[in-house]
Ligand binder design. Structure first.
Ligand SMILES: [Fe+2]
Length: 271
């Protein structure tokens, strides 16, 4: 279904009408995934909301970093489509954990191809959008990636993180039984438990690896460690303004090594 072909020439790059088409495609695409049980609805709604908020964060980044208009349009498309793989992933496997299902970035590329989502958009811009989505969730951005692809990879990685922090901070404020189950990746909420390996990684200024996170507190450390993977000054400013790091750290166990690692992470944002 080639619903996004606007028939407009592509010499001037993406335009706002193409973006509007993409946005209405997204709304139509996600709708049927909401026809499921209550738990499923909660998890699917979480991803719809996340997508909208990543689009908002991307707009803030684009203006904060003074991106040219066409770059900002491409970045908006990346934000809108980066997680479309989450919907078939959840329907098929009932999880958002890639290691127990499939890489959701690759699934997104499949959806974009199968649904002809980018029809009518300049082929070189289609490629930029797909490449940015492909690398939005890797532990690190691939070393050899070139400009201008790198710009969009970095933008989506920052915008995505800004909203994943929001999701978790909101989740932590809810009673455990009300939390969207798939958002916690099934990690046990063991009060007081925290792994030395994750603290050491955070303390060294590295991103904590998901496969080393054994409990929910480790996952909080992992999320805090993302401060070391932000590219843009605007992202660091927004993160500080929103206070996500202190909010995540608030429910960590009272330990000197934890406190020290968290303080370092926070200090790095204003460095
Ligand atoms: Fe995302």
């Amino acid at each position: 279904m080639q619903t996004n072909s606007t028939g407009t020439g592509s010499q001037d790059g993406m335009n706002t009408s193409q973006l509007k088409h993409l946005s209405s495609w997204f709304d139509r695409y996600v709708e049927p995934f909401l026809t499921t049980d209550e738990e499923g609805k909660k998890n699917i709604r979480l991803k719809i909301e996340h997508t909208r908020k990543v689009c908002e964060a991307m707009a803030l980044l684009s203006s904060g970093e003074n991106l040219p208009e066409n770059d900002a349009h491409i970045a908006s498309a990346v934000a809108l489509l980066h997680d479309v793989g989450r919907f078939p992933q959840y329907r098929r496997w009932r999880t958002f954990r890639d290691s127990e299902s499939d890489n959701h970035a690759r699934l997104a590329i499949d959806v974009i191809r199968d649904e002809h989502v980018l029809a009518g958009i300049d082929p070189s811009e289609q490629l930029l959008i797909k490449e940015a989505i492909r690398f939005h969730n890797t532990l690190e951005p691939p070393a050899g990636i070139k400009s201008p692809t790198r710009q969009y990879v970095n933008l989506i990685r920052d915008a995505d993180k800004l909203d994943i922090w929001r999701v978790f901070v909101e989740l932590l404020a809810q009673p455990p039984e009300e939390r969207a189950t798939a958002a916690t990746l099934g990690l046990a909420d063991l009060t007081g438990a925290v792994s030395d390996e994750c603290i050491a990684a955070l303390n060294s200024g590295a991103v904590v690896r998901l496969d080393t996170a054994k409990c929910f507190n480790d996952f909080k450390l992992l999320q805090i460690s993302w401060v070391y993977d932000l590219t843009y000054t605007t992202s660091r400013r927004i993160l500080l303004e929103r206070g996500y790091i202190p909010a995540l750290a608030a429910s960590l166990p009272e330990r000197c090594d934890v406190r020290e690692a968290v303080s370092k992470a926070l200090a790095s944002l204003s460095a």
